[in-house]
Design a protein around this ligand. Structure first.
Ligand code: ASP
Length: 571
């Protein structure tokens, strides 16, 4: 006999009279002395079982021992409920199963939490993830994950992409994070890095004639865990030969729209708008601005250059946001405190400083009655950062964000390099393989600060979904970039000799992209963080509450790997 011949949630009024076998978990049991009602659940929904001792004495006996989350199999007839017993809230609410035979297939100990309990501590949810996974929320999210990825794979198939598997254990890959290291028993003292991305492998696939590569690739990055970040995550990783930026963006947009379509969510409008990096920083103070609301940052530096107001006059950059309301003294003080926490010296309210300003300035800032202009005067980077954070803070506090909106956009034309506080020299903004904007390659070494890269980011409601770029395909240009980063010939050969060789053996022009699948699914599922769409995530400390990983290893195992710990192992 089959374990089940119909799913619990599929039964409807027209099934009345049918004999069925259902199997699943006991969601609830109501024991009325004689009659016992059990809601039996599988991922499609719940159906009510009625166990009547007059109908089946043995089923009734079994029913009394049932507890929540026992796994049951029930055979019986689907019967229509009396009109007054119909449950309009349940898709199966018009019928129930009159049980002839009932088997307990598996029992459950008392549960650490009930499946319908709200606000269960997340560590407990993760410790008992198999229970948590039975909730409607997790079932929906994990299945949505699958649906979206299938849709993306279809888009890739239709467009002729080839799925190529690349190694996880490799050399360090420069994506800006720390590497996870894997010791190698056969070569003690040497380590693989776990790939931060398949970046160089995918470029080599292109050189190898795979003109459209893709992979749902797992990546490892040793960074602090956050709402949108786990140590390991998956990317839709792709690379294309003989393309321009727009070709790559088109494929990515088609993938996003394909996933939306499969998920049954209203489609975002295409093409997604573009914003240059310079514009994003100026108008929104962020390279991943949330465009679901206004509060655009305004430039005031020109107007305030000759200001009588010392704070404005002496600052290299002055900008402001206009907020459509007024603030009390204490509210203003709180905002100022926040601005200071974010690194500003202060936050000037136009009303408070207007007596120091000229007619020309006041006219330029023309603020309507009932609105407030808030100014920051400082170095440009500080002004952008503080006003960007203020903009977000106010949007949340004043509830200016329409949560039903899905706003996608591209940020383009990033600088190729940024100044590294850590090294005191130039480092890459994206990764060192990104090409300069055509015509700017010649200035890579002469004027690195002002060279723009062909790098683009995809943003959804203020979350960075991923990055990509047109790549360098000429070895001389690649070496110039390495030199700007302070890498001599020897280091270049040592770390990237294989890439330099490949670029000298017929490398076509190419470009690509990688999108964080987990971030994408979390947003698609309207979840606040990626743990809710990941089957077995880790918590902020990096621990896995389920398996207890990471764990110490005995000295003998470490010795085999050529490793001796500095401090004694923790108990
Ligand atoms: N490898 C890059 C990343 O992981 C994406 C890309 O440039 O394709 O962010």
């Amino acid at each position: 006999m089959a374990w089940r011949d119909v799913m619990c949630g599929d039964l409807r009024a027209h099934d009345a009279g049918r004999s069925v076998t259902v199997a699943g978990w006991a969601d609830t049991r109501r024991d009325h002395g004689g009659l016992v009602f059990v809601d039996l659940r599988d991922h499609t929904g719940k159906v009510q079982l009625v166990i009547n001792p007059e109908h089946s004495a043995s089923a009734a006996e079994t029913a009394h021992e049932i507890r929540n989350e026992f796994v049951l199999q029930a055979t019986g007839e689907v019967v229509a409920r009396a009109p007054e017993l119909v449950n309009p809230n349940l898709p199966t609410g018009q019928i129930e199963v009159q049980v002839d035979e009932l088997r307990v297939l598996s029992r459950s100990t008392p549960l650490p939490f009930q499946l319908d309990e709200e606000n269960v501590d997340e560590t407990i949810r993760l410790r008992y993830r198999w229970l948590d996974m039975r909730t409607e929320r997790m079932q929906r999210n994990l299945r949505l994950n699958h649906t979206a990825i299938s849709a993306i794979r279809n888009v890739m198939d239709e467009r002729g992409f080839v799925d190529v598997w690349t190694p996880s254990m490799t050399r360090g890959t420069p994506e800006g994070a720390r590497d996870f290291l894997t010791p190698v028993r056969l070569q003690p003292g040497k380590f693989y890095a776990l790939a931060q991305s398949p970046q160089l492998f995918k470029q080599l696939c292109i050189v190898g004639g795979i003109d459209r590569y893709y992979q749902i690739a797992t990546c490892w990055r040793d960074e602090d865990l956050r709402a949108d970040r786990q140590f390991e995550f998956r990317q839709l990783d792709l690379e294309m030969a003989f393309v321009e930026r727009e070709d790559v963006l088109d494929v990515m947009e088609a993938s996003v729209v394909g996933a939306f379509e499969a998920a049954g969510v209203e489609l975002p409008e295409r093409p997604f708008p573009h914003l240059t990096y310079a514009d994003a920083m100026l108008r929104y103070g962020s390279d991943k601005p949330d465009l679901r609301f206004g509060l655009e940052i305004q430039e005031a530096t020109e107007v305030t250059r000759g200001s009588e107001f010392g704070v404005f006059k002496n600052a290299p950059c002055v900008r402001y946001v206009v907020v459509p309301r007024t603030f009390s003294r204490s509210e203003q003080a709180r905002l100022e405190e926040l601005a200071k926490e974010w690194g500003a010296k202060g936050l000037a309210n136009l009303t408070q400083v207007s007596k120091f300003l000229s007619e020309r300035e006041l006219e330029a800032f023309g603020v309507e009655e009932g609105s407030t202009a808030l100014f920051v005067a400082d170095e440009e980077a500080v002004v952008a950062r503080v006003l960007g954070l203020l903009r977000l803070h106010l949007a949340h506090e004043l509830e200016l964000i329409d949560a039903s909106l899905d706003v996608f956009h591209w940020v383009t034309d990033f600088p190729l390099f940024e100044h590294s506080e850590e090294y005191g020299g130039w480092t890459f903004m994206h990764h060192p393989f990104t090409a300069a904007v055509p015509g700017e390659e010649e200035r890579i070494e002469a004027d690195p600060e002002h060279v723009r890269g062909q790098h683009y980011d995809l943003i959804w409601n203020g979350w960075e979904l991923g990055s990509g770029s047109i790549r360098i395909h000429q070895v001389e240009v690649q070496q110039a970039v390495f030199r700007v980063m302070g890498m001599g010939e020897e280091e270049q050969r040592d770390k990237f000799g294989f890439l330099l060789d490949a670029l000298q053996m017929g490398a076509p022009p190419h470009g690509g992209f990688a999108m964080g699948i987990d971030r994408f699914i979390a947003l698609l599922a309207r979840e606040p963080d990626i743990r809710q769409v990941t089957a077995f995530p880790k918590i902020a400390s990096g621990a896995d509450p389920l398996t207890g990983a990471p764990t110490p290893y005995p000295d003998s195992a470490l010795q085999e790997l050529g490793i001796r710990l500095l401090d004694p192992q923790p108990e």
